[in-house]
Design a protein around this ligand. Structure first.
Ligand SMILES: Cc1cc2nc3c(=O)[nH]c(=O)nc-3n(C[C@H](O)[C@H](O)[C@H](O)COP(=O)(O)OP(=O)(O)OC[C@H]3O[C@@H](n4cnc5c(N)ncnc54)[C@H](O)[C@@H]3O)c2cc1C
Length: 463
């Protein structure tokens, strides 16, 4: 039996941050991680040539102050995302090269409609109280309908509709009919609005840490040290009047309190004794993650740059739905990132690996020419097939969930505190949100040290 002040379940950025802050405050910690690696939905692979590939979360942007603070703490610099040259949008099979945010060449009417809808969404986001989106003036109305429903009623141009549906629903890696409009507005508002979420420069894809996300989680893990226990999937959490007992297959940890920092749908796989309050338990059942492939096609050089392209492209319905230049700060080798989300990700998941690779590279050839046909390396990550992520990029709320169960997102259940990017009111869904949630949960757990709490029918004084 390992006896510590606090147990942390999950070694993604939320769990690592919680454990780090607890240790820095002089508390003893045991962090139990199910996988044989840390980082969770971030996963940096370093190649023999020193180039790194972020197979999960990668980009950072302005306003993400907590990840920048952590990078500062560990001396990790950032570099700007490559945005020179033209982006490309494929609409009805026709390629449109453009600069700025809106592809005006596709048809002035479609472009105006697209711009107007984004403005309206931005306006709606401003009315969302981030700490309690369920209390927004229009919360009930917006939580009754899906993103698809709203787009159907508010987007008049077919190409604009297709692009918006691909881009916005893509963030939730699901079909637009699966996601509540209120949740979309809340998640976007938590980052500053649709411009931040969908944009690149000065937005969510503005920059990257040198060395990838692993360059931040690596030194965090080193500071947490031997408090980290890999390959320990937590099966059971039992609370009693004096503390918690957390069990994996091989370890038993006794602690005052536990911070659970795993995705919502995955949190339901743990057995809680006594049972969680109904609203929290139902929340676990009602916030799924969507489907996403993230692929890196590696070339000797980023040939698209010399062809005047930024590497950023979007093609609704294509197996390579979105592309973005993912080179390191050295600019060599050329790394093209392909992201395929939602229903198409599930469809290409049915193909065997060679068929999928042919489909993806074929789509890249159509967009970037024959040089895209033969990468020197091709790395794919299917997040939907990851047992301990259950999909990506973030869990979303279908209709009715935020207004009914949203209040349970952060509320501790006795000695259990909840972290994870989905529990952050700011930058919900990003690594920055995960870090914020870890810091919040660590402070929250320590605040209870001197408070008398009622647990499981008894009363106890928490040391
Ligand atoms: C393809 C993709 C691209 C993304 N792109 C970006 C991006 O560019 N920028 C950005 O900011 N964000 C991005 N994100 C989102 C970002 O990665 C996540 O918001 C963030 O990593 C979530 O961190 P977390 O700690 O909350 O959860 P997770 O990273 O999911 O961590 C949870 C941890 O808990 C562990 N675990 C699960 N069950 C158990 C159990 N029973 N016992 C013990 N351990 C358990 C898991 O193995 C995991 O390590 C992306 C995500 C994906 C998948």
């Amino acid at each position: 039996m390992t006896d510590v002040d606090y147990c942390v379940v999950g070694g993604g950025f939320a769990g690592l941050t919680a454990a780090l802050r607890l240790k820095q405050a002089g508390r003893s910690v045991a962090l139990l991680e199910a996988r044989d690696r840390l980082g969770g939905r971030t996963f940096t692979e370093v190649r023999a040539d020193g180039a790194w590939i972020d197979r999960g979360g990668a980009w950072i942007g302005p306003g993400q102050d907590r990840i920048y603070a952590l990078m500062n703490e560990f001396g990790v610099p950032s570099y700007q995302q490559y945005t020179d040259g033209e982006a490309m949008m494929v609409v009805d099979g026709k390629q449109h090269r453009y600069t700025g945010t809106i592809p005006w060449t596709m048809s002035p009417w479609a472009a105006m409609n697209l711009g107007a809808v984004l403005l309206e969404l931005g306006h709606m986001c401003k009315s969302i109280p981030l700490e309690a989106p369920w209390s927004a003036k229009n919360a009930d109305k917006w939580d009754r309908i899906s993103l698809a429903h709203w787009l159907d009623s508010n987007t008049l141009s077919k190409p604009a509709h297709e692009l918006l549906e691909t881009a916005i629903a893509g963030c939730y890696t699901s079909d637009a009919s699966e996601v509540s409009l209120l949740f979309v507005l809340y998640q976007m508002a938590s980052g500053g609005g649709p411009g931040f979420v969908l944009g690149v420069k000065d937005s969510a894809q503005d920059a990257r840490p040198v060395g990838g996300m692993g360059a931040i989680s690596g030194p965090m893990a080193a500071e947490i040290g031997d408090s980290i226990h890999l390959l320990q999937p937590v099966r059971r959490i039992r609370q009693d009047v004096d503390g918690v007992t957390v069990r994996s297959d091989e370890m038993t940890v006794r602690a005052r309190r536990v911070i659970v920092a795993v995705p919502l749908a995955i949190a339901s796989q743990i057995l809680y004794e006594p049972m969680l309050p109904v609203d929290r338990s139902f929340l676990h059942q009602r916030m799924p993650s969507g489907s996403i492939f993230k692929i890196a096609a590696v070339y000797d050089e980023p040939f698209w740059r010399s062809d005047g392209l930024s590497g950023q492209s979007a093609a609704p319905g294509s197996p390579a739905t979105i592309t973005i230049d993912a080179c390191t700060d050295a600019g060599r080798p050329g790394i093209m990132c392909v992201i395929t989300e939602g229903p198409i990700a599930r469809q290409i998941g049915q193909l065997d690996e060679p068929e999928r690779r042919t489909a993806i590279l074929g789509a890249l050839v159509e967009r970037f020419g024959d040089k895209a046909r033969s990468p020197v390396d091709y790395i794919e990550q299917n997040w939907s097939a990851e047992r301990y992520s259950g999909g990506g990029m973030l869990s979303h709320a279908p209709t009715g969930v935020l207004t009914q169960f949203g209040h349970a997102l952060r509320a501790p259940c006795g000695r259990i505190h909840w972290a994870g990017t989905e529990s952050s009111a700011v930058m919900c869904g990003w690594v920055d949100g995960a870090i914020r949630s870890g810091e919040r949960a660590a402070s929250e757990a320590m605040e209870y040290e001197t408070v008398t709490v009622a647990v499981a029918g008894g009363r106890s004084t928490d040391r």
